[in-house]
Ligand binder design. Structure first.
Ligand SMILES: [Mg+2]
Length: 238
């Protein structure tokens, strides 16, 4: 017997269904089901295309970057590759900020390996998929729906909930706290959650201690909480 694995969620779903209960699986989107690295890289490339001529060497540096080079902050990714002009970094940060949180740009995201099939398998066994994201309504909703569908995640098939943050300004953590109450309102049985932010994963563990809680080892915000030792680490859904 090793530590719990992705397949153990299927066993939990089957057991809940057998008891006549609705199994619920909670999925975060950014850096959990989707890698945002291609979105970040594409935004940097668009800046270099539009303004690269003003900064010596920028187009060459950006041209060499791959999605694997993308971390949490694009300006810090550039700094790692020797870009130190503060004026330039400030412009890049602003350029990124104006694009990252929009329908159009999030369509560049790629699913984390195995994620669509894994979600399909959970759904086919009878789970309600609860997509919970800090992306905000009124700016990212249409792109999110298109992105889920174009990547092959279950969506228009019943038992799929998409819960976005009601406003851009609301803090992610407060939003996810509120979401716990909404998840409970389905009166199902939360069998698993998937998150990349340790703080959120810790919160789900506390809220639903009987479930399996997975922490995606992708990227997370700087200064994140320490992950609880009971969280199950994975880097993909394979
Ligand atoms: Mg996330």
């Amino acid at each position: 017997m090793g530590s719990p694995r992705l397949q153990d969620v299927f066993t939990r779903i089957d057991a809940a269904v057998a008891r006549g209960r609705l199994p619920v699986v909670v999925f975060d989107l950014d850096s959990t089901l989707f890698s945002t690295a291609p979105r970040n890289l594409r935004i940097l490339q668009s800046y270099a295309e539009a303004h690269g001529a003003r900064w010596q060497g920028l187009r060459e540096i950006v041209g060499r970057l791959t999605p694997e080079d993308m971390g949490w902050n694009v300006h810090e990714d550039l700094q790692r590759y020797g870009v130190n002009d503060l004026e330039l970094l400030k412009e890049v940060k602003q350029w990124w900020f104006e694009r990252f949180f929009t329908d159009e740009w999030l369509l560049h995201d790629e699913p984390v390996p195995g994620a669509p099939q894994y979600a399909l398998d959970c759904h086919a066994r009878g789970a309600l998929l609860y997509y919970l994201t800090g992306r905000h309504a009124g700016g990212m909703e249409i792109g999110t729906v298109r992105s889920l569908r174009q990547s092959g995640f279950p969506f228009w098939r019943g038992r799929c909930v998409l819960h976005l943050k009601p406003s851009f300004e609301m803090a992610d953590r407060a939003f996810k706290d509120d979401a716990v109450a909404d998840i409970r309102s389905y009166q199902g049985e939360v069998v698993a959650s998937f998150e990349n932010e340790p703080g959120n994963a810790n919160m789900f563990l506390q809220a639903f201690p009987e479930a399996l809680h997975f922490l995606l080892d992708t990227i997370h915000s700087p200064g994140a909480e320490a992950p609880n030792a009971q969280l199950i680490h994975t880097s993909d859904f394979l």
